[in-house]
Every structure is written in structure tokens, then in C-alpha cells.
Design a protein around this ligand. Sequence first.
Ligand code: UDP
Length: 237
Amino acid sequence: MNKREIIHDGVSIKIYGTENPEQVLIHFTDEITAYNKIKKAMITDKGIYCNGVSCMISQLLQDGGVPTHFIRQISSRDQLCWRASVIPMEVIVRNVVAGSLAQRLGIPEGLIPKEPIYDLCYKSDDLCDPIINDYHALALGLVNRTDLETIYTMTKQVNAILFPIFRKVGITLVDFKIEFGHLADGRLVMSDDITPDTARFWDIETGNKLDKDRFRHDKGHVGEAYKTVYDRLKSVF
Ligand code: UDP
């Protein structure tokens, strides 16, 4: 698999074209950022754990019937995916209150809502990904009604598949962010990676955070936490 032109030069992820115009290579680096890239650092082997977790999760989702852009893992830090035209909208699922939701609504972290909460955000670094609702998404033409319904159905499926798998390995899937896009043939797929960078994982027994919050809040042992998620998922994969 040859890397060609760079399509997206991100900090923790770089996306390259390949010899097949419909396929891209996603490369995971060891860099970590938070607070809209204001805080940056290197975490040894983070790229390996994130690529590993992402590949296992994408495979589990595909096996469970959720269409994704994932094709296969190429190396410890690389995965091959279908090229997607990504919808500029993030979908966040919250099984437990944490992060911006706790702050925004003044609810204690750890509270379990009566049912999962779904947030939509408009993807814009300049605006810090502001929260929007279904009406904004439709009125601004980010998605059409059919795709929005499919996105919610697929998002619920993702949560229904992943929550019990993580519970089995002693981890609460607190929340996660996903994005969707269209492939060249028009198919709507989840075109994102779920990793400890983009989801919150709490150890069920100890309550320890096993995700990017360790970096955001200077708790240390970031690499060890990411490795724990990787090792535990691998044990049931
Ligand atoms: N998230 C993400 N990218 C974003 C915003 C959020 O991956 O641009 C993830 C985040 O890591 C967490 C979940 O989505 O797992 C919910 O994030 P939240 O809204 O609580 O924002 P945060 O507190 O992370 O700023």
C-alpha cells in the first residue's frame, strides 16, 4: 500500500491518498491535543493504541451491521478506509453525564440519565464546534431528513453494540463522538474512528478514567490508560 498525496494533515491523524482513488490510508501519530489544539503533547505509542482500538471497533460495528468506511488494518499505525465525503456534523452519544454536558447544565459528572442523550455539533474549528439541533442540521442543509433519521438509527446501533462489549471488559462507555459521510457510490457510512481520544472510558471497578480526560486534566499515565483500553478490547476481540 503506497501513501500518495496528503489529504488531511491533522495532528493526531494524517490521511493519505492511495493508488485507488476511492481508498485512503489513515495514519495515527503519537501527538495529542485538547482545548481546540491549544494544549499539545506526545504520548509514546498512542498512535498504535488508537489505531488498534479504532480497527477493532470498526470491525465489531461492521460485523454488527453498521456500515463504516473501514476496510482493514494495514499496520500498527495505519488503516485502509473508503474515501468519504464527510458531513460537517458531529454526533455525540452520552450514556453517563461528563465533560461539556456536566458543565453546561450544571449536572454532576457520573449521573446516569434516564436514557442516552444525543447531541449534534456543527463542525467548525473557528467556532469550537457549536451545539446545534435537528432543525439547524436540516435547515442549514448539512443533511437531509432521510439521512438524519438513518444517522440516528446507526448511532443507536453503534451504542447498542459497543456498550455491552466494553461492560464485558470492565469499562463503562461514558460517551463518544462520531461522524458520518457518503462514499463515492452514495452510501451513507460512519466515517470516523472511535478511540480514547474521541470517547470517554471509565474503569467500572475503580472509576479511573481511561481516555483523553487524563491529558485534559493533567492526571498523568495517559499512555497506560490508552493501552488498558486496547489490551482489554483485544482480550475479547
Ligand atoms: N469529542 C470529540 N471531538 C470533539 C468534541 C467531543 O471527540 O470535537 C468527544 C469527547 O472526547 C467526549 C465526547 O465527544 O468523549 C463528548 O465530549 P464533550 O461534549 O463532553 O466535550 P469535551 O468535554 O470533551 O470538550
